[in-house]
Design a protein around this ligand. Structure first.
Ligand code: PA5
Length: 447
């Protein structure tokens, strides 16, 4: 199969040959640092070889668990936050029918997510939905102590046990967590739940190709072997011995840093295919949490076009020139819809009659790119042949690899997230969590 490709030509009016040469050398240096494990956060590099190291035994076990839950459940709730849900959500949305929810004849359970917010309304509505349904739970938390998923798990586990009884409920719960630490591991061992491990050396946002992403994707009915195959293909195509000129992960890392250096502080990930909306959410977490440190880092934003051309289009075309765009372009749609002719042509659209809708979308894409480049917005293009498991596996690994290189070029540790702790400390102080007495006193004085 052909790989996804990267085009950088439409950035070359902003960055010079010598900029490219400089960042090429940086990318070459840091791809080696990544591979020899001599950089910051080097205890979190398990993802680097994950697609090729995941064992047949583990894949088969996940498929078996998925098959069991698919047979037993009308709905499966995936509980997790950040890296513990975004990858699965991104792939499932990208591969699912847009009107999945409304389909009555289903082969696979409906997948819903929880533990990614603390909204009482969301949880109430979910509990109401699940009231008369046979449902299962996959609870995912590497630390096993994150508040949002722990809250949702306690509520939904209780509901499941009330509806099914404790013994039957047990068979409908799967936990994915650290192998020995954390409250979720303790509970899993105590209750005897089916379980998978997140290895110590894989951080949340780099975990989609581990059971964290693979099990929910398999439960949704998608082919995780193809996803892994695609990721392995990209692992080989972006290895440290692949020259810069052919290594798209190194190129993307180099170009975005060159643009950042030119004052392009915001990168907007663009799609013309709404199924990719959550891919952008996953990407924002990957790059935002990996690079936004030490008062540095490109701000990752995203838009769905053409929808957002009617909301954000004006800003992108004419606003402050601190942005660049990275477009994910899908070459071939899965469907085939031909635009019809009408006798009266009242809407004036007969000139489009006989064309595929995707052809119109592609012209919107091309026209937008030209307008934005003319308006001073450099454009990087990532082309995917089609939306399937294989190419999504390639895309995931491409972004992960590039993120590691890019974070190192920026001279930050791409694999930690110290800034995420600040809100938690305040929240616990405000909720008067035992052990936070001094913080509670201090924060109350500020209110
Ligand atoms: O990328 C990360 O490490 C984070 O986004 C985590 O995935 C997120 O905070 C959830 O953590 P945990 O899986 O420990 O509940």
């Amino acid at each position: 199969m052909t790989n996804i490709t990267l085009s950088i030509e439409k950035t070359l009016n902003i960055i010079s040959k010598s900029d490219i040469e400089h960042y090429k050398l940086q990318a070459e240096k840091y791809i080696n640092v990544l591979h020899d494990g001599s950089g910051k956060g080097n205890d979190f590099l398990g993802w680097l070889n994950l697609p090729s190291t995941i064992s047949e035994q583990e894949i088969a076990a996940m498929e078996k668990t998925a098959e069991r839950l698919r047979k037993q459940c009308e709905i499966v709730v995936i509980i997790g936050i950040g890296g513990s849900y975004l990858g699965a959500k991104a792939i499932i949305e990208a591969l699912s029918n847009s009107f999945n929810w409304l389909q009555t004849k289903r082969k696979n359970p409906i997948i819903v997510f929880a533990g990614q917010n603390i909204s009482e309304d969301y949880l109430f509505e979910l509990q109401t939905l699940l009231q008369d349904k046979k449902f299962g739970i996959v609870c995912i938390s590497k630390s096993g102590t994150t508040t949002e998923p722990a809250l949702a798990f306690r509520l939904l586990k209780k509901q499941l046990e009330n509806q099914q009884g404790k013994a039957a409920g047990k068979d409908l719960i799967v936990c994915i967590t650290d192998k020995s630490r954390g409250a979720l591991r303790t509970l899993t061992t105590q209750e005897g739940y089916d379980t998978y491990v997140i290895e110590d050396n894989i951080g949340g946002r780099f975990s989609v190709l581990s059971p964290v992403g693979l099990l929910p994707i398999a439960i949704a009915g998608f082919n995780i072997r193809e996803l892994i195959k695609g990721a392995i293909c990209m692992q080989n195509a972006c290895g440290k011995d692949i020259p810069f000129e052919q290594n798209i992960a190194a190129q993307y890392a180099a170009i975005r840093n060159a643009l950042y250096q030119k004052g392009k502080k915001i990168e907007i990930l663009v799609n013309f295919q709404p199924k990719l909306h959550y891919m952008a959410e996953w990407w924002k977490q990957l790059y935002g949490e990996s690079e936004g440190k030490e008062h540095k880092g490109i701000f990752p934003a995203s838009v769905d076009f053409t929808t957002d051309l009617h909301s954000m289009g004006q800003w992108i075309q004419d606003g402050e020139r601190t942005i660049f765009e990275t477009v994910i372009s899908v070459n071939k749609p899965n469907a085939n819809v031909i635009f019809p002719k009408t006798d009266d042509n009242l809407d004036g659209l007969n000139f489009l009659a006989g064309k595929r809708v995707d052809e119109i979308n592609k012209m919107a894409e091309l026209g937008t790119m030209l307008a934005h480049v003319d308006g001073g917005v450099p454009n990087i293009k990532i082309e995917m042949p089609e939306l399937n498991e294989f190419y999504l596996g390639e895309l995931i690994y491409f972004f992960e690899k590039s993120c590691g290189i890019s974070g190192y070029i920026l001279e930050v540790n791409p694999f930690d997230q110290p800034g995420v702790e600040a809100y938690k400390k305040n929240m616990f102080a405000l909720l008067e969590k035992p052990g936070y007495e001094d913080a509670t006193k201090a924060i109350k004085q500020r209110l």
